[in-house]
Design a protein around this ligand. Structure first.
Ligand code: 2F8
Ligand code: CA
Length: 136
């Protein structure tokens, strides 16, 4: 019997909505210690599930920047689809305010909910791990 206390199931994955704020990196460390990563968002239905669960509070997601171009990528290795993901940013975001916003969070309770913010901000966060059924 698999025990997943505090984890919410949605379409083959379990999600953990933290109640303690952490920096983006510290949040990702926490998720990894629980066999998970900060969540990726790979579909509209997943985005809808997440922003509704977030209930208007800010939560880090697993989206951050890398490389000289500062391209966005998912920390769980899901390929980042820039075109498909464009509809999930709050209009006007990401704006890299102060040249210091390299991590993304869910800020608004709507499909257009992502904002880029300083990775050092302490926010709630969402971990995601695949549901892997074990043999009987
Ligand atoms: O107006 C959008 C802008 O709002 C805030 O800055 C004033 C956000 N900052 C934080 O969340 C720390 C910006 O990221 C956001 O772009
Ligand atoms: Ca921003």
């Amino acid at each position: 019997q698999m025990i997943s206390q505090g984890w919410k199931y949605f379409k083959e994955n379990f999600y953990y909505f933290s109640r303690i704020p952490k920096t983006w990196y510290s949040a990702q460390q926490f998720c990894m210690s629980r066999d998970s990563h900060l969540t990726s968002v790979a579909s509209e239905s997943e985005q809808e599930f997440l922003y509704k669960m977030a209930g208007g509070l800010f939560y880090w997601i697993g989206l951050t920047k890398a490389g000289s171009e500062g391209d966005w990528y998912w920390v769980d290795k899901t390929p980042f689809d820039k075109v498909q993901s464009a509809r999930f940013w709050i209009p006007g975001e990401p704006n890299n305010l102060g040249n210091n916003e390299h991590c993304a969070n869910i800020k608004m309770s709507s499909l257009q909910s992502w904002n880029d913010a300083s990775c050092d901000d302490k926010l709630f966060f969402i971990c995601k791990r695949p549901y892997i059924p074990s043999e009987p």
